[in-house]
Design a protein around this ligand. Structure first.
Ligand SMILES: *Cc1c(COP(=O)(O)O)cnc(C)c1O
Length: 461
């Protein structure tokens, strides 16, 4: 049976997987969601499948009939063959109640690779089948861009343009985007914040003729395919811990809400989850939403965990749509109210349903450094600032007897400055970074101006 996907704003036609993959954002501005979720096969967490086999089982119902089972398995093997750890997402125990799941063993050292290496290949596969080319346009707060560029570099089917906030990424993050020499890959620094970059991308997608002219495609976390691929490691964690029957709490360093939303989908598919902890840095809109039931925007502040320096978490719309009982027009109204006034409020009942599943807190930069230092002192282990935000929240919120898996979303070498500041130790550079400081950087710098950015994209081909 083919799975159908509908928009969170309810005004776009339902599509199958292949169309959802290449469309990204729905034409009504909404985000695609499956109209019904498959159940996880019984005993999936009791059997010790390899990561690729587990991923094949979980992803197959979402992509049928666009991708055949054997094709999917080959594609997943190739994707995870680029990872430096044979388990893909290994778990490391910190103490009796806390495990870290390391999601950073891919080519760009952040968890984005896990989905992007698959989505890039799915794109290539589908565009070849259609005999089409596409231009991927994306915004990045640091990690998505390089992961997407790595995933499609050298592809004959796509050009990729990635907008990043000038001066707000780490040096390694920037170099991972600006030192690739492939002619189909374009990095652009925007004089603005990540939210500005995201708004520019949304505006390009909102221009029908521009969108059609370039066959625009999106691979930022609004793309359903990324959420889908991320479901797998939540199930993987349960399988590794042999905890099919006992619930796990997941603590997730959160920015755009894509990672944690995938966990929520895994839970809805039947994974035994106690609750989710939303870990934020000082950009704490989600913590405040959980505390008050109100979404209220504030200025973005720069922190040591830049991939979470976001005030408008785009994937939150998917959860709001569920909290509003799948009412697309009501979701659209809430989002436009938030856009217009910087505020929107859940009803008491919606807020209660939210906090029944999610708790959250924020960790300041000072606290982040203290966590990195403490983990190094206790375990001789270096963790990156995003991971540290997760650990800090897990330590603060975990209750007695609760088993927590906190997601380690980036490799410490990717954020070496902060790690060194906290511990005095410079993390070893993994092979993925070999030569990165020697290669020449090429990138454009553009103002936060839609017309200028469109001209740039027009000029690529
Ligand atoms: C993207 C990213 C996050 C935030 O993930 P979301 O899916 O946007 O919530 C956290 N940590 C790192 C290292 C990231 O790259």
């Amino acid at each position: 049976m083919a799975m159908l996907y509908g928009s969170s704003r309810g005004k776009s036609p339902q599509l199958g997987f292949a169309d959802v993959l290449v469309t990204g954002l729905a034409p009504d501005g909404g985000l695609y969601l499956p109209t019904a979720l498959p159940k996880l096969p019984a005993n999936l967490t009791a059997t010790k499948l390899s990561y690729v086999d587990l991923a094949t089982e979980i992803i197959l119902p979402f992509v049928t009939p666009a991708v055949a089972p054997a094709q999917l398995k080959t594609l997943l093997s190739d994707a995870y063959g680029t990872f430096a750890h044979h388990q893909v997402c290994p778990l490391v125990q910190l103490d009796e109640r806390l495990h870290l799941m390391e999601l950073f063993h891919g080519p760009t050292l952040a968890f984005k690779d896990i989905a992007m290496q698959v989505v890039g290949r799915l794109f290539d596969y589908e565009l070849k089948r259609r005999k089409e080319r596409a231009t991927i346009v994306g915004a990045t707060s640091g990690d998505t861009g390089s992961a997407a560029m790595q995933a499609v570099r050298g592809s004959e089917q796509v050009d990729i343009v990635v907008l990043f906030p000038n001066g707000r990424t780490s040096e390694v993050q920037r170099r991972q985007m600006t030192t690739l020499n492939d002619s189909n890959v374009h990095a652009v620094a925007i004089e603005g914040t990540f939210d500005d970059c995201q708004d520019l991308v949304k505006a390009m997608f909102g221009d029908e003729s521009f969108r059609a002219r370039h066959n625009l495609a999106a691979v930022n976390s609004i793309n359903w395919a990324r959420v889908m691929v991320q479901i797998v490691y939540y199930v993987w964690a349960a399988a590794q811990l042999g905890r099919g029957s006992q619930p796990i709490t997941f603590c997730v360093p959160t920015g755009n809400f894509g990672n944690i939303f995938a966990g929520h989908v895994a839970a809805r598919m039947g994974l035994n989850v106690q609750r989710f902890l939303v870990a934020s840095n000082s950009n704490d809109i989600l913590s405040r939403l959980l505390e008050t039931g109100e979404l209220s925007a504030k200025e973005v502040v720069s922190t040591l965990s830049p991939s979470m320096d976001i005030q408008i978490s785009s994937n939150l719309e998917r959860l709001l749509y569920e909290l509003l009982d799948g009412n697309g027009p009501a979701t659209a109204e809430m989002i436009s109210e938030f856009r217009a006034n910087g505020r929107a409020r859940l009803t008491v009942e919606q807020h209660q349903r939210l906090v029944a599943e999610f708790a959250g807190d924020r960790i300041t930069d000072t606290e982040t450094l203290a966590v990195i230092k403490a983990i190094y002192a206790a375990h001789a282990m270096l963790v990156d600032p995003h991971t540290a935000v997760g650990i800090g929240v897990a330590n603060r919120l975990a209750q007695k007897g609760e088993q927590v898996v906190s997601l380690a979303t980036a490799h410490p070498a990717k954020f070496a400055e902060a790690v060194t500041q906290a511990t005095g130790v410079n993390p070893d550079s993994p092979p993925q970074l070999a030569g990165i400081f020697d290669r020449r950087e090429t990138f454009g710098v553009l103002p936060n101006d839609l017309a200028t950015v469109k001209d740039f994209v027009d000029g690529i081909r």
